[in-house]
Ligand binder design. Structure first.
Ligand code: C5P
Length: 222
């Protein structure tokens, strides 16, 4: 099958909108591959932080992105054979990821890597620019969102559930700053793709959101 015929579902949206969880479940249900594109920016950020790469050095950061040795096994994420699944979820890594994601050379360095995830029988890709930049020909595009308050609460529960201390005011501030950076950056800003279905999950369970996406997918091409 030519790559362009391999079905892709893109799920874009802001931080903590639940798109990661929804994307996982949709991919599971359909037996599709999964691309967590945010993880690629987080892996780049983690590597740069560990190496002390200056966040002002776009060229050096792009080199870091280009030479990542990554692995995805089930839900686990590896960097040079080290399991960094939890390490990349740290707030500092997320904030750094959002800063370096505004740099064109870093985005370019991760472009080809992301296209490579389009494999039969299909792909669910979650991120910020999956429907607008990386897979503009996707069969189904979804923009998942939720109010800042709902997202901060989810993130709070997630962190506390993992035994990580969290402060609601700090989380709200971080979320707003990250939203602002992701939405207003010059390159690949966070906006719904043309033709995307917008789903506000503020008052919705994860399973209901998954059902809605599957319902839209079942209707594709009909
Ligand atoms: O989705 P997640 O929170 O893991 O993404 C971390 C950061 O990576 C985001 O704040 C965003 O700035 C960036 N990102 C991006 N484009 C994507 C996915 C993530 O710019 N496709």
């Amino acid at each position: 099958m030519p790559t362009s015929n391999i079905p892709v579902i893109t799920i874009d949206g802001p931080t903590a909108s639940g798109k990661g969880t929804v994307a996982h479940k949709v991919a599971d249900k359909l037996g599709f591959h999964l691309l967590d594109s945010g993880a690629l920016y987080r892996l780049t950020a983690l590597q740069a932080l560990r190496r002390g790469t200056p966040l002002s050095d776009e060229h050096a950061l792009a080199k870091v992105a280009e030479h990542l040795h990554i692995g995805f096994t089930g839900e686990a994420i590896f960097l040079s054979n080290e399991n960094v699944t939890d390490a990349i979820r740290a707030e500092e890594v997320g904030n750094t990821a959002s800063k370096i994601a505004a740099l064109p050379a870093v985005r370019q360095a991760l472009f080809g890597l992301q296209l490579g995830f389009r494999k039969a029988p299909g792909l669910v890709a979650d991120g910020r620019d999956m429907g607008t930049v990386i897979f503009p020909s996707a069969q189904l595009k979804v923009f998942l969102t939720a109010s800042v308050a709902a997202r901060a609460e989810r993130r709070y529960k997630q962190l506390i559930g993992k035994g990580i201390s969290a402060n609601m005011d700090d989380l709200l501030m971080d979320l707003k700053a990250r939203d602002d950076r992701d939405t207003h950056r010059a390159i690949a800003p966070l906006v719904p793709a043309e033709g995307a279905h917008v789903l506000d999950t503020s008052d919705m369970t994860v399973d209901a959101a998954v059902e809605q996406v599957l319902h839209w997918y079942a209707a594709v091409g009909k």
